[in-house]
Design a protein around this ligand. Structure first.
Ligand code: FAD
Ligand code: NAI
Length: 464
């Protein structure tokens, strides 16, 4: 009889965990995946990436019809919102995709252990009252909403991203606490559908972590679209009376407080790793100051046989980062060489236009390389964007001045999320700005703006 029930047991079936489980099974390892939720796919498929994009996509159509964009192209329609139907198509997308993972588990012979897993020792966990043993255990438990002290989320009036995806009617006034990715994406959804949206951000600019020029430009675009911003402001209390919430706010550095009324408050101030109830104490594994599980480059924790990936470990909390770590950890467990290049992980905000970046900001690049060369190109001068009535945005390329190697690409454009893939690939291959400038790009495409920004690094763009 085998020493363990499984070669690999993955805890959590989000993009990190389900991908690790499938890859491990593909590599011939006997694999199980424990998931406490009723459906597979984790945050991303159930309450994150997928349902938010379903609402963003549908509300974008509504907005294009309502705000005169379609009319300006000769398409005259008067939109009528059927919110139930919009929610229905969101639920359908989630159902199909989570069901798809269940199909992939069966196809690859991954056993789904239904329930939350708790460590008993480094090679065994308890799931739904049963003890299961494995030679290797991968922690992929993901993350959940960071609460705001003193503000209780009821998912009706004070909502997290999960409640904000499910609102039964369009709020009159939605206040978003946090000008990060969730605040801007979900704030955009309800603004497009008719809500007045106010975004309260603690810092002096939205979208922390992105390049400063891009943050400023994005702020201008969202303001133009009608989102109100209160920057350098902190919310100190939210009181709910009946169907209304009253927020008390004060300047981040202290000062007189003011109040704001809303019928919906979205708390989007970040996410924190899920380790509670996992029984880490049973295996002597500690978390760092941010509550994350630290690993080495191969995703091994300090405990032999226990590995960790995804939102529960340091790094950007992104589905594709979790997925790539899932593949790499399975390959490492199988004795192969699984690697993730954490320097080149693109990030995309799926607003209109999209905002995307990969690599270093200009400030980070200057700190790392000293002298840098920067090339910029406005979407206004891109023929396709102009023709499509999409003038907002720009591309910015940052290269190391000594070698011309591209070290950061930032982009605001309607298809920025798709455009950034070529930048990530170029950077993986160590491309210089000259390499990109001399690569033939199809015309007329938004991607030509990347080529022109690279030409601008070289000092010679054609169209500006
Ligand atoms: P998760 O997806 O969080 O999955 C972890 C799973 O583990 C969960 O299903 C949980 O139930 C389960 N679990 C936890 N503890 C246990 C236990 N003890 N036993 C068994 N199961 C357990 N990222 C993007 O890249 N693009 C996007 O567009 C995007 N949009 C987002 C929109 C929203 C509204 C949110 C909230 C997030 C979004 N993200 C997006 C982030 C993305 O969802 C996460 O980075 C990603 O899901 C992390 O994957 P993971 O596998 O590490 O964890
Ligand atoms: P975030 O970290 O992107 O933004 C949180 C914002 O809240 C920051 O700007 C921060 O300064 C601000 N903040 C913190 N405390 C505050 C306070 N008390 N008052 C006012 N503002 C405050 O976090 P968010 O938007 O909650 O998203 C969580 C994670 O989910 C992101 O880090 C991202 O990795 C992931 N995500 C990714 C998406 C994508 O890839 N398109 C979409 C949605 C989420």
């Amino acid at each position: 009889m085998a020493e363990f029930d499984y070669d690999v047991l993955v805890i959590g079936a989000g993009p990190g965990g389900y991908v690790a489980a499938i890859r491990a099974a593909q590599l011939g390892l006997k694999t199980a995946c424990a998931e406490g939720r009723e459906t597979l796919g984790g945050t991303c498929l159930n309450v994150g990436c997928i349902p938010s994009k379903a609402m963003l996509h549908a509300s974008e159509y509504y907005d294009a019809a309502a705000n005169g964009t379609m009319e300006s192209m000769g398409v005259e329609v008067k939109p009528k919102l059927n919110l139930d139907k919009m929610h229905g198509q969101r639920r359908d997308a989630v159902k199909q995709l989570t069901g798809g993972i269940e199909f992939l588990f069966k196809k690859n012979k991954v056993d789904w252990l239904k329930g939350y897993a708790t460590f008993k020792d480094a090679h065994s966990v308890e799931v739904a009252g049963k003890t299961v043993t494995a030679k290797n255990i991968v922690i992929a438990t993901g993350s959940s909403v960071t609460p705001l002290p003193g503000v209780e989320i009821d998912e009706k009036i004070i909502v997290s991203s999960t409640g904000a995806l499910e609102l039964e009617k369009v709020p009159e006034h939605m206040v978003v606490i946090g000008g990060g990715v969730i605040g801007l994406e979900l704030g955009s959804v309800w603004r497009r559908l008719g809500a007045k949206v106010t975004c309260v951000e603690f810092l002096d600019q939205i979208l922390p972590g992105m390049d400063d020029d891009i943050r400023k430009e994005a702020h201008k675009i969202f303001k133009k679209q009608g989102i109100d911003f209160k920057l350098s402001t902190k919310v100190t209390a939210v009181e709910v009376k009946g169907k209304k919430a009253t927020l008390t706010m004060e300047p981040a550095k202290g000062g007189d407080s003011e109040t704001l009324e809303a019928d919906c408050v979205l708390v989007a101030i970040g996410r924190r790793p899920n380790t509670e109830g996992l029984g880490l104490e049973a295996i002597g594994l500690e978390v760092n100051k941010r509550g994350q599980i630290e690993t080495d480059h191969d995703f091994r924790t300090k405990v032999d046989g226990v590995w960790a990936i995804g939102d529960v470990v340091p790094g950007p909390m992104l589905a594709h980062k979790a997925e790539d770590e899932g593949i790499a950890v399975a390959e490492n467990i199988a004795g192969l060489t699984g690697i993730v290049n954490h320097d080149i992980i693109p990030g995309v905000v799926y607003t209109f236009p999209e905002i995307a970046g990969v690599g270093l900001t200009e400030a980070e690049a200057k700190e790392k390389y000293g002298e840098v060369k920067v090339g910029k190109f406005p979407m206004l001068a891109n023929s396709r964007a102009k023709t499509n009535h999409e003038p907002d945005g720009s591309v910015k390329i940052i290269a190391d001045a000594k070698t011309d190697r591209v070290v950061g690409v930032w982009c605001i454009a309607v298809p920025a999320g798709t455009m950034i893939a070529q930048a990530a690939q170029a950077m993986e291959f160590g491309a210089t700005s000259e390499d990109i400038a001399y690569t033939c790009h199809a015309h007329p495409t938004h991607s030509e703006a990347i080529k022109e920004a690279a030409m601008a690094v070289q000092g010679k763009p054609i169209h500006i």
